[in-house]
Write a new protein. Sequence first.
Length: 281
Amino acid sequence: MKSSLHKHLLIALLLALPITTFAKSKEKEDSTYCPLHTALEFNLGGGAWKDKYLSYMTYDGVDFSVGVEMMRARKGDSKWVQQHQLRYMYNSGSINISGMGASKVHMFNYTFGYMHHQTVASKLRLYYGFDINALAGVISNAHGGNNPTTYKVNVSAGFTSMAVYDFNLGKRPITARYQMSLPVFAFFNQAKQGYSHDLTSGWHLTTWDGQFNMRNRLLFDIHFNTWALRLGYNNDILTNYATTNYFQYVSHSLVVGFAGDLMRWSENNMNKKIKPALYIY
């Protein structure tokens, strides 16, 4: 009888253990509030590109883009941060050779990143993880010809890392940040030379032997009470050389924008611990 009773008590304890663990984890999550870090950015600079499907010439011109960035930390004791970036890129260039005209680039770019972070010094934090990038756009040549337009679709996945350092310039707090994204795998469309480009052919799945993409960002967020003025530099490199009809796009631009943490204050959030994704309170 006692043996049976002990067995039932043991089963009850084993069943209750996951429920207790889940309740404690839920309690930790509910005790933290993770604001949404949001930034609106405007980039202006110069870019150069060459697409052998359109022309053997290299075009260069003014590069402009506008984008939104959002970051949020995971609740509880988690050290992981989600990052979302959405941009529209426009570049208008020309080449001064008789018979040649303007070329225009329109691209939409979305990046999802998932990074683990740790504090290595009192004001220095490191983030590292992976990101997935999706790009779609069109490049057109105004001077016409057999191939006046080409479409660009590129989905890539790879590594991303970020270093964040906080310091003061006089009495003004500043958050400095450098982030690099380096895709390893890519699935993209690049038409073969002499073929029509209608997105039904020319697809490639490759690593660095057929593509090399990179993005570098150096940003300074100058804090003013609840918001920050963002100044910095952005560099994009897109290269596809899986076929002899290769494509390359390189841009350098200055960044001006506004950033801040969006908080929804309510009675439930008033007593919670603030857990930011980027800034330190």
